[in-house]
Design a protein. Structure first.
Length: 269
């Protein structure tokens, strides 16, 4: 469930200005830690269902200085009775340009255990070799190699990359697009900027936020909204609220705690 709030964009660039022309600025640093609470809608009643923690740290990978971002999420005991979820998602990427090097998602969903992995091999000619695998309950279901001519991301590294975008020149309806590797395939998603609104977080403070929708194509090639999320209209671009569409209903995720931010977070008066 919580992974849907991180999916971020699709295969063909459709910005009126090319994706490579997007202005960017650092939005986080090592030590940032975010926590959120999510709620399920059960029979028109919102019920606290669990929580998630997102952390960013400096580390060493293959003898080079890199950053990693990890998301740990789980349902609580009450929600476990309906649908148990334990997810750990990790991405390793280069600082600054946010080039992904490795992605891993280990999850328990209901009665099943899943593992998705993506490894990135950057070639001298500029192409990227992707090595993807997917296991379900310990059985290898997918193992594939793909070669991409342009930048490709996983859902976690895309989140890190998109947070560095300067949205000030965006117009409502404008899209951002890239291929997303899941461990099983390359998926088509589109991130659409909707405009500015005000949102109250779990700290009872109100923030000016950018509204962004993640849309995908269904089996009939019709667009459907996976999640509407609201990030602070400042240099942090922190997620304050996310409205998610699930297979069995709807959910909300609200930011509850944060520390180690790169910039001050200022609510509206």
């Amino acid at each position: 469930m919580i992974r849907k709030l991180l999916l971020a964009v699709s295969l063909i660039a459709v910005l009126s200005a090319g994706a490579t022309e997007i202005k960017r600025k650092p939005a986080y640093r090592s030590g940032e830690t975010l926590e959120c609470v999510f709620y399920f809608n059960w029979k028109f009643v919102w019920v606290k269902a669990g929580g998630a923690k997102l952390i960013i740290r400096d580390t060493i990978y293959n003898n080079r200085k890199v950053q990693y971002m990890s998301l740990l999420s789980s349902t609580n005991e009450k929600a476990d009775a309906f649908f148990k979820m334990r997810d750990t998602l990790t991405t390793i990427f280069t600082p600054g340009d946010v080039r992904p090097l490795y992605y891993r998602k280990a999850s328990v969903q209901g009665r099943h255990v899943y593992l998705n992995e993506v490894k990135y091999d950057y070639m001298a000619d500029g192409r990227i070799n992707l090595h993807q695998l997917y296991r379900r309950d310990g059985v290898l279901r997918v193992f594939r190699n793909d070669t991409c001519d342009n930048a490709v991301y996983d859902m976690m590294s895309m989140l890190a990359y998109a947070r560095t975008f300067d949205f000030s020149g965006f117009k409502p309806g404008q899209r951002i697009s890239y291929p997303i590797a899941t461990g099983k395939r390359l998926e088509n998603q589109s991130l659409i900027y909707r405009g500015i609104t005000k949102i109250t977080a779990n700290d009872n403070l109100t923030y000016e936020c950018l509204k962004i929708s993640l849309v995908a194509l269904d089996e009939d090639n019709n667009e459907k909204t996976i999640v509407n999320f609201f990030i602070t209209n400042d240099d942090n671009h922190l997620p304050i609220l996310l409205d998610l569409a699930l297979n069995f209903g709807t959910a909300k995720a609200r930011l509850s705690q944060r520390k180690g931010l790169l910039y001050p977070l200022v609510p509206l008066k």
